[in-house]
Unconditional design. Structure first.
Length: 235
C-alpha cells in the first residue's frame, strides 16, 4: 500500500510539472513528449529557464522512472520510487509551480562598506553582527569581503612583523584576492535562478560564489538592495 501511495504521489508531482511547463511554452497536452516540452521551456525567456537547464539530467532521470511506472500502473507499477525520490520531485514541483522571488528570502538593506574603510571597521561590523562576509561598493561596482579573503590577505602578510588593522583598508585586502566570490542578480529573479548561480560556481574551474548581491536589474554597479547566501536558498 505504501509503495502504491508513493507511486501516486510521484506521478502527481510529475504531471503537475508537465502541465506547468506546457502552460509556459504554449504546448498542448497532446503536443510532444515531456522532454520536448522541457527543451522548449529551457530556451528563450521562459520563467526559470536557467534553473530548468541546470536540472536537465535530473528531469531526464525522473522522466525515465515515470515511463517505467506508467506501464500497468493500475495493477502494479514496473518501478517504485523511494520516499527520498518522491520528496525530491515534490520539492522540484513546488519550485517549478510556485517560484519564489529573491526579494522574499534576501537580507534587506545589507551593510555596505567602501574600499577606503579600515579593516578594523570591517571586522568590528562582522563580529558585532556575526557576519562571515560584507558587501563593498567601489567605483567599479560591488564586491565581497569574506573571512576567506581575510585569510588570503594574512597569507600575504606573513613576512611582516606588524599588521595594522587601523591603517589597512578594505580595498587593500580585496586587492590580494583574485575573485571576490560575489554573484549579482536582479530584484525580480526567482530563488531558482539564485540557486542556479550558486550551483554553477561549484562546477570545476568556476570561481565559487559565496554570496549574491541583489540589485534593481542585476548589475553590480547598482546599489545593493539585498544579499543572499546559500543558506537562504537552501532553506
Amino acid at each position: 500500500m505504501d509503495e502504491t501511495l508513493r507511486a501516486a504521489r510521484f506521478l502527481d508531482a510529475f504531471n503537475r510539472i508537465d502541465a506547468e511547463l506546457r502552460k509556459r511554452t504554449g504546448l498542448g497536452r497532446d503536443t510532444g513528449s515531456f522532454m520536448a516540452v522541457l527543451v522548449k521551456a529551457m530556451g528563450g525567456n521562459v520563467l526559470d529557464a536557467p534553473f530548468l537547464r541546470n536540472r536537465r539530467e535530473q528531469f531526464e532521470q525522473l522522466n525515465q522512472l515515470r515511463n517505467f511506472m506508467v506501464h500497468e500502473f493500475r495493477t502494479h507499477p514496473l518501478a517504485e520510487p523511494t520516499e527520498e525520490t518522491v520528496k525530491s520531485i515534490e520539492a522540484l514541483a513546488e519550485l517549478v509551480l510556485s517560484p519564489v522571488r529573491v526579494s522574499k528570502v534576501m537580507t534587506l538593506r545589507p551593510r555596505v562598506l567602501e574600499p577606503g574603510d579600515t579593516l578594523a571597521t570591517a571586522l568590528a561590523i562582522m563580529t558585532a553582527n556575526d557576519f562571515s562576509q560584507v558587501l563593498v561598493q567601489g567605483a567599479d561596482g560591488l564586491s565581497l569581503l569574506s573571512g576567506e579573503h581575510l585569510r588570503v590577505w594574512l597569507g600575504h602578510k606573513l613576512g611582516e612583523d606588524i599588521v595594522s588593522l587601523e591603517e589597512t583598508t578594505v580595498g587593500e585586502v580585496l586587492a590580494c584576492v583574485d575573485d571576490a566570490g560575489l554573484g549579482c542578480i536582479g530584484l525580480n529573479a526567482t530563488v531558482g535562478e539564485a540557486l542556479e548561480e550558486f550551483e554553477k560556481s561549484i562546477a570545476r574551474g568556476r570561481p565559487r560564489v559565496l554570496a549574491i548581491a541583489v540589485t534593481h536589474s542585476g548589475k553590480p554597479t547598482e546599489k545593493a538592495l539585498g544579499i543572499i547566501t546559500p543558506w537562504d536558498v537552501m532553506n
